[in-house]
Design a protein around this ligand. Sequence first.
Ligand SMILES: Nc1ncnc2c1ncn2[C@@H]1O[C@H](COP(=O)(O)OP(=O)(O)O)[C@@H](O)[C@H]1O
Ligand SMILES: [Mg+2]
Length: 141
Amino acid sequence: METEAFLAQTEEDTAALGRRVGRRLRAGDLVLLYGELGAGKTVFARGLAWGAGFRGRVASPTFALAHVYRGGRLTLHHLDLYRLKTGELAELGLDELLADPRGAVAVEWPEAGRPWPDRRIEARLSHVRGGRRIVLRDRRA
Ligand SMILES: Nc1ncnc2c1ncn2[C@@H]1O[C@H](COP(=O)(O)OP(=O)(O)O)[C@@H](O)[C@H]1O
Ligand SMILES: [Mg+2]
């Protein structure tokens, strides 16, 4: 179980870190993105998608709840549970997304969801002087 802490001074640094994780993503992986509003979760998710080989636009799925990025090495399902209402989690079909044999899942505001599988990657982002502190924990092993 590996934990690493980074200081991302710019949005680009955060995206680059996400990209690094995205390059190592495998089908079936789950990435939980913790952090307050504006911490950089969506920026990090953009990096994940790019690292997985997606070449299009990545925006916050706050209102849609879920976006899907196809065309890369693997499909990335990008969820944001910030505005989740009671009952909507079931509609998202999370089990199907997690079982996608060609896909991985990234979740913003996982606290709003449910108990998640232990086997996951966690990224915790917080505002600090000089940018964002990002703590990565790989719990896939
Ligand atoms: N080091 C940094 N990493 C990520 N975002 C940053 C950084 N510095 C400034 N920002 C800005 O903070 C905002 C982060 O937004 P976003 O990724 O949507 O946050 P969240 O999804 O956590 O609410 C963006 O406007 C981005 O330009
Ligand atoms: Mg966001």
